[in-house]
Design a protein around this ligand. Structure first.
Ligand SMILES: Cc1cc2nc3c(=O)[nH]c(=O)nc-3n(C[C@H](O)[C@H](O)[C@H](O)COP(=O)(O)OP(=O)(O)OC[C@H]3O[C@@H](n4cnc5c(N)ncnc54)[C@H](O)[C@@H]3O)c2cc1C
Length: 370
C-alpha cells in the first residue's frame, strides 16, 4: 500500500531517508525550511568519508560506517560525483600516545578498514605526509573526501524522479493529529496537509521539532560552534590528504584535523566555541578580531621549521576590517586571509601541542588560526 510520508529536514539524512522511501513506492514530501538543501551541518562539515577506524567493533556505528563507505563510493561513481581517496593519517606525536594509537589500530583491523597500515618512525610518516612529525601513525588510504552537499542534491533528484516532492522554504511549524488512522497534520507557511507518517530529520532542530508533538523537552541540543580555517594556497601543499591527532579519550570527538577537501582546499578544524545560535553559519558579518570569528588575529600558522616538522609558528598581522565569515570558504577583503568558519557542532577543544594534525592554541576561546 502506498503511504504518504513527510520528511522534515533537507540535510543528507532527510534526503537519504526520503530517497529510500520514494524508491520503495511511498509518496514522499521533503520539507526543508531553508531555500536550499544541505544548508546546515551537511553543507558545513569536513567532507570526510570515514572508513571506520574508531568505532567499537561490532557496534552499529562500525557496521554502518563500513557499509556507508561502500554505498557512498558506489553512489558517487554512479552519479559522477567527486570521490577522492586521499587517505588519512592518525599521528601519535610522542610515546605517550602509543597505547591509544594501538587501540585505534586494533579497532580498525577488527572493523575491516581496508588496506590499513601501521607506520613507525618519523621517516615512515613522512613518506605519506612529508611535513608531519610524530613517532608512529596508522594510515587508512581508503578514507575519502566528498562534497556532501552535492550528494544531497543528487539524492533529491532521485526523490523527484521517483515522483516525490522536495519543498524548500517550508519550515514545519505544526505537527498535530489529523483525525482517524493516526494521520498527522503538517503545517508550514505554504502547506497544510495530512500525511500517513512523518519522519523528522531536523538535525540541530530535532528537539524543537520533537516538542511540536509534545515530546519531552529533554534532551535539549546545546550548540557549539565549530570553525574551520583554510590554509593559504601557498601553504596547502603542506598537507596531501587528511592528518588527524590521536583522539583524546576524554572527549567523544576526533580532534582538530587537517583535511584536503574534494576541491583541494586544505581545511583546519573544527575548534569549538559556544554558539549563540543553533545554525549560525549563513551570512555572518563579523569583525576580524572578535571572538569566534577572527580571521586575522594573532594567529599561528603551522609552518615547516628547521627540523622539517610542523610546529613552528608565524604570527598573522591583526586585521580590524569587517569580514564575511559565513558560507563556504572565503577570505577577508582587507587582509586576504582565508576564512572558513563552519557549522555549529559539539567538538573537543583543541589541545596545546605540536601541530601534527593538532592545532596549537592557548585556550579554546582564543583561537589561534592562520
Ligand atoms: C563541523 C562538523 C564536521 C563534520 N564532519 C563530518 C565528516 O567529515 N564526515 C561525516 O561523515 N560527517 C561529518 N559531520 C557530521 C555530519 O555533517 C552530520 O552527521 C550530517 O550532516 C547530519 O545531517 P542531518 O541531515 O541530520 O542534519 P543537517 O544537515 O543539519 O540537516 C537538518 C535540516 O533540517 C532542517 N530543519 C530543521 N528544522 C526544520 C523545520 N522545523 N522544518 C523544516 N526543516 C527543518 C534544517 O534547515 C537542515 O537543513 C560533521 C559535522 C559537523 C557539524
Amino acid at each position: 500500500m502506498t503511504r504518504s510520508i513527510a520528511v522534515v529536514g533537507g540535510g543528507i539524512v532527510g534526503v537519504a531517508v526520503a530517497r529510500a522511501l520514494a524508491r520503495r513506492g511511498d509518496e514522499v514530501t521533503v520539507l526543508e525550511k531553508e531555500h536550499r538543501l544541505a544548508r546546515h551541518q551537511t553543507g558545513h562539515n569536513s567532507g570526510v568519508v570515514h572508513a571506520g577506524l574508531y568505532y567499537a567493533p561490532g557496534s552499529l556505528k562500525a557496521t554502518l560506517c563500513a557499509a556507508g563507505r561502500v554505498a557512498l563510493h558506489d553512489y558517487c561513481l554512479e552519479k559522477d560525483l567527486p570521490y577522492r581517496e586521499l587517505g588519512k593519517l592518525v599521528v601519535a606525536v610522542d610515546e605517550s600516545e602509543l597505547p591509544a594509537l594501538a587501540e585505534i589500530e586494533r579497532r580498525a583491523r577488527a572493523n575491516g578498514v581496508p588496506d590499513l597500515r601501521r607506520l613507525d618512525g618519523a621517516a615512515a610518516l613522512r613518506e605519506i605526509e612529508p611535513h608531519v612529525a610524530g613517532v608512529a601513525a596508522v594510515h587508512s588510504p581508503r578514507t575519502a573526501v566528498v562534497d556532501y552537499a552535492a550528494v544531497t542534491e543528487a539524492m533529491a533528484q532521485d526523490v523527484r524522479a521517483a515522483g516525490g516532492r522536495v519543498l524548500l522554504g517550508h519550515e514545519v511549524t505544526g505537527l498535530t493529529p489529523a483525525g482517524l488512522a493516526d494521520r498527522v497534520r503538517v503545517v508550514t507557511p505554504g502547506l497544510d496537509e495530512a500525511f500517513d507518517r512523518v519522519v523528522v530529520c531536523a538535525g540541530l532542530q530535532s528537539d524543537v521539532v520533537a516538542r511540536l508533538v509534545g515530546a519531552d523537552p529533554s534532551p535539549r541540543i546545546l550548540p557549539f560552534r565549530g570553525e574551520y580555517w583554510t590554509l593559504a594556497p601557498d601553504r596547502a601543499s603542506l598537507v596531501r590528504g587528511m592528518v588527524y591527532p590521536v583522539p583524546d579519550p576524554r572527549f567523544p570527538f576526533l580532534g582538530v584535523h587537517f583535511t584536503r577537501g574534494v576541491y583541494d582546499a586544505v581545511h583546519v578544524g573544527p575548534n569549538a566555541v559556544p554558539a549563540l545560535r543553533r545554525e549560525g553559519t549563513a551570512g555572518r558579518r563579523s569583525r576580524c578580531g572578535t571572538r569566534g570569528s577572527r580571521c586575522g588575529g594573532p594567529g599561528r600558522v603551522p609552518s615547516r621549521g628547521s627540523t622539517g616538522a610542523w610546529g613552528s609558528t608565524r604570527s598573522a598581522a591583526r586585521c580590524s576590517s569587517p569580514c564575511t565569515t559565513g558560507g563556504r570558504a572565503g577570505s577577508c577583503p582587507s587582509c586576504d586571509r582565508p576564512t572558513w568558519p563552519r557549522a555549529p557542532r559539539q567538538e573537543s577543544a583543541p589541545r596545546r601541542g605540536r601541530a601534527t594534525g593538532r592545532w596549537s592554541t592557548t585556550s579554546p576561546s582564543t583561537r589561534s588560526a592562520p
